[in-house]
Write a protein that binds this ligand. Structure first.
Ligand code: BG6
Ligand code: MG
Length: 224
């Protein structure tokens, strides 16, 4: 694969662009406490990239509680979590952009790459607004219009289509295992951010967002 063929970059939001993974996790922790599920790092990792209702199901399943709540009660728990999360989002500023991301976006823009957002979050537009990054993204996939969430390829395949690029001309960036699987299944080259043992299905893994630069990505391709 040639680096020169890449024309577009598709980003996950939570945990890649902004530190909102932490905010989601803190808000879910409250829900876990409320229903009596023990909050562990492994449960927190499992929720990454997963939709709101599926996340709630995973929390309930962790203590075999899924049948103890009816649909309306589940909607209420999810609603309360979202209210709590949005309260945290309202306090966000540019300081909540992960290190190096703004300069990476700027260099992609200067070099005329197409940029799209492929987030499972229904709150992604608000997070981009709060961090002042909306203007970088010409395309934002609306998760309410998708039939399947990550790890299905639909969200990343849709983003490539919106950019009018073949999947092979795109890179996808994710911090979650479910997200890496979605990128790979869409036939897009995947870049993981985080622990390389956890994200071992990714094409390349950078330990943190500061290492996410065009020259680091290019040197990976050149070595191949
Ligand atoms: C993903 C996050 O990006 O969006 C998950 O990684 C979150 O933690 C999911 O649950 C859905 O977000 P929202 O804002 O629609 O509840
Ligand atoms: Mg993420």
């Amino acid at each position: 694969m040639e680096f020169e063929n890449i024309k577009g970059v598709i980003f996950d939001l939570d945990g890649v662009i902004s530190n909102t993974s932490r905010l989601h996790s803190d808000a879910w922790h409250q829900v876990a406490d409320k229903v009596g599920t023990e909050w562990t790092e492994s449960l927190s990792n499992k929720l990454k990239g997963v939709s709101r209702m599926e996340s709630l199901e995973l929390i309930l399943q962790a203590s075999s509680l899924e049948s103890h709540y009816n649909d309306q009660q589940k909607q209420e728990l999810a609603h309360d979590k979202n209210k709590d999360y949005l309260r945290r989002v309202e306090n966000m500023t540019k300081n909540d952009i992960l290190p190096g991301i703004e300069s990476f976006l700027e260099s992609l823009k200067q070099n005329h790459y197409g940029l799209a957002l492929a987030s499972a979050s229904k709150n992604s537009a608000r997070v981009l607004e709060k961090t002042g990054l909306s203007h970088y993204f010409s395309e934002i996939v609306d998760p309410t219009k998708l039939s399947k969430g990550k790890p299905d390829p639909e969200i990343f395949a849709t983003a490539a289509k919106l950019l009018r690029l073949a999947p092979e001309k795109c890179l996808g960036i994710e911090d979650a295992v479910m997200g890496i699987r979605s990128i790979n299944a869409a036939n897009i080259f995947s870049i993981g951010i985080g622990d390389k043992n956890i994200l071992n299905e990714a094409g390349i893994v950078f330990e943190n967002t500061e290492l996410l630069t065009l020259s680091n990505i290019r040197s990976h391709f050149d070595k191949k």
